[in-house]
Structure formats: C-alpha cells, structure tokens
Design a protein around this ligand. Structure first.
Ligand SMILES: Nc1ncnc2c1ncn2[C@@H]1O[C@H](COP(=O)(O)OP(=O)(O)O)[C@@H](O)[C@H]1O
Ligand SMILES: [Mg+2]
Length: 363
C-alpha cells in the first residue's frame, strides 16, 4: 500500500517522502499521514466511493465551504493556515486525483499543534465540541447552502426514512416482523413526528443552512494551546439541511448515558448535564445566528434525529442487516431499542430540555 501512497502523493507534491503512517481513526475513508522531506505533513485520503457515489460533488462542496471560511478568517485576522481544511490541487488540475482503478484521492495540509479526541466523557469537553460546531455553523451563516450538492440524497429526510421503514415491514424479507411487533408499533405511533423537521423546512419556518452531518468529537482538531476547536474535519457529508440535524445527532450520540448498542435499557437515558453542556457551547459558538424558531426546536431536533436513527436500525434489522455492520445476532435490533429508549426518555423530559435551552437564550 505504501507504494501506492507514495505514487499518489507524487501527483500532488514534488518532494520526497520521509514517513508514511496509517491513520486508525475514522471508519469511512482510508487515511494516511505523509511527511515530506521538507518536514511538512499532509493527510492523504482515498474517498469511500461505496458511500459517496459522486466524489466530484463531495470535493466541490468541500472547496466551496473551506474557501468561504478562509476568506472570513483572512478578514477577521483568524488562523488562515489551521482554521479550515486545505485541499491541495494535483497535477490533474483538480482538488483530487483519479487513479487507474477509478478511485478518488485527495490531499490536505495536516492541522498542526492540535489534537483529535476520541470520546467526550466530561461536560467540559462536550461543551467545547458544541462550541466548535456552533462556531462552524456561524461562520457559514451567510453561505448560500443551495449551491451545495447532496452527497447522500435525503440523508436526514425522516419522513422518507419512515416510508422506507414501512416498506421493509411490508416486505418482511427475513420473516422478522412478527417478532418485533412492539418495536414496529413504537415507530408507527410516532409517524407524525417524523415530518417535524421536513415540514418546517418546506414552509420556511426552518431555514436551509449548511449542515455538517457528522458532528462527532473525532471530526474536530482541538488546539493544543487554547484547548478549543481550531478546525472542523470530515466535510464529506456537508449538505444543505437544518441546524437541527447537527445539534440532534450530537445530542443523540454524545448526551446518551450509554453506548449505542447497550442492551441493559435501564442504563440508557439522556444525560441532562451533557445536554446542557452541549447546548451552552453550541449557542455560544453560534453567537446569535439562529432564528428563534430554530432555537426553540432544538430539543425536538434531538428527539427526531434519535427516532430517525432508531428507525434506520430497525429497518436494517428487518432487511437482513445489509447497511450497518453487525458484530452479533440481533445487533441492529439492540441498537434500535437503545435509540427508542432514548426517544421515550426525551419524551418524558421534553419540558426540562426546553427549559434548559430557554436558560441560554435569556442569558
Ligand atoms: N487535516 C487534518 N489534519 C490532521 N488530522 C486529520 C486531518 N484530516 C483528518 N485527520 C485525522 O484523520 C481522521 C480521519 O479523517 P476523516 O476525514 O474524519 O475520515 P473519516 O470520514 O474516515 O472519519 C480524523 O479523525 C483525524 O484524526
Ligand atoms: Mg471522521
């Protein structure tokens, strides 16, 4: 593989290579850290074409968004070098290189003097994650989201996810539906909720914004000096959408008391302290760029995205586990039930969650 890495690298940078390290973080693309003879470090990635069917669209989105952020950093005296991903141009004249197998490669400058964390178990760190993603959103507040291509069409269209689920129940290709009748009912009883976000986007109540769609801790580089987020990574799923998608997914994943596949459901609930920490950081980072309707809907955003994720797990279970990789029998069903427990907990706590959001709007 190193031979391939060296060969591809040479199409971007005319320098001998002194070191190649494989990156073990991230599960979508293949990533290597490459150091050149002049000491400069780069990140070489092979784009996962199974997931991203149109890599050109992915790269166009990334370049448009990062160029926009760089302009803001330049104007505000920010860190132009490290504050946004910088995709380099290959000798093909594009921000990517297509190899002889039709695979797409790209090269970024390595973000120096920064750390990528794997898990946020403290409210302090989770607050910083919220701030970083809120700040990213605020930098893009004036970016015209409609120029972006949809790299995964209808990714967070919960209403369409629900229709797909109904078809999976109907088809019942694995004969599993009868044994999960209660879980199916849990979903159908909440059918209306699935349209909460899409309906509001359609009426204009929720504006289309640039959404990141993978707002995890390991997609932020934290500055080693300030401890704050310095650069948002992993921009493959940047698309037009609602701010509720990003907030919702962060809460679903990061404010849960347990792992996504914990089967002891007594251990699974929404941690209010983590919800508060993220909300505080997110709204601060946004610096007032959200509308009142968006802020008010944040808890419902978390609710809908959690419900959507549960629906996707249950759909995959019914379809024979073809999308999410499983490590044991019934793994996707366990994951679905785990998400549904969170949904039920959020229903019970909705007033409290709304009150937490309101605290930060007043102050
Ligand atoms: N420009 C960069 N500078 C430093 N580290 C990076 C950079 N880009 C990616 N990484 C590291 O590589 C990991 C995987 O990259 P990412 O783009 O998130 O791929 P994936 O889509 O597979 O998650 C990141 O979590 C981060 O640790
Ligand atoms: Mg990543």
């Amino acid at each position: 593989m190193t031979q391939t890495v060296l060969e591809i690298f040479s199409h971007f940078i005319d320098q001998p290579v002194t070191q190649v390290e494989i990156c073990e973080i991230g599960h979508i693309n293949s990533t290597w850290f490459v150091t050149a003879a002049d000491g400069k470090k780069y990140v070489l990635q092979k784009i996962n074409k199974n997931i991203f069917k149109q890599p050109e669209v992915v790269m166009n989105n990334i370049v448009a968004v990062t160029d926009f952020i760089r302009e803001i950093l330049r104007a505000n005296g920010g860190d132009v070098e490290r504050g946004a991903l910088n995709a380099l141009i290959s000798d093909s004249g594009e921000h990517y290189l297509i190899d002889e197998d039709g695979e797409y490669w790209r090269l970024y400058d390595f973000i120096t003097d920064a750390t990528c964390y794997l898990s946020a178990d403290s409210t302090e760190l989770f607050c910083k994650v919220g701030y970083a993603f809120g700040h990213f959103q605020s930098q893009l507040a004036d970016f015209d989201a409609s120029v972006l291509g949809e790299t995964i069409p209808n990714f967070h269209n919960t209403a369409i996810r629900y229709q797909t689920f109904l078809r999976a129940v109907e088809a019942d290709v694995c004969g599993r539906a009868a044994s999960v009748a209660e879980d199916i009912r849990f979903v159908t009883e909440r059918a209306e909720k699935c349209s909460f976000i899409v309906d509001r986007i359609a009426t204009g109540e929720l504006p289309l914004r640039v959404t990141h769609n993978d707002t995890k801790l390991n997609n932020i580089m934290m500055d080693n000096t300030t401890g704050e987020g310095i650069c948002i990574l992993d921009l493959d799923t940047i698309m037009p959408g609602s701010v509720l998608y990003d907030f919702g997914d962060s809460i679903r994943f990061g404010a849960s008391s347990a792992a996504e596949d914990e089967t002891d459901l007594d251990k699974v609930f929404i941690r209010e302290d983590m919800f508060r920490a993220y909300t505080e950081g997110f709204l601060k980072g946004l610096g007032g760029s959200l509308s009142e309707a968006e802020i008010k809907a944040l808890p419902m955003g978390a609710y809908v995205i959690t419900l959507e994720t549960g629906i996707r797990f249950l759909t995959d279970y019914l379809e024979g586990d073809t999308y999410f990789r499983i490590h044991r029998e019934g793994h996707n069903l366990d994951r679905a039930r785990n998400q549904f427990k969170l949904v039920a907990d959020m229903e019970a706590k909705m007033e409290k969650l709304n009150a937490i959001v309101a605290e930060f709007v007043k102050s």
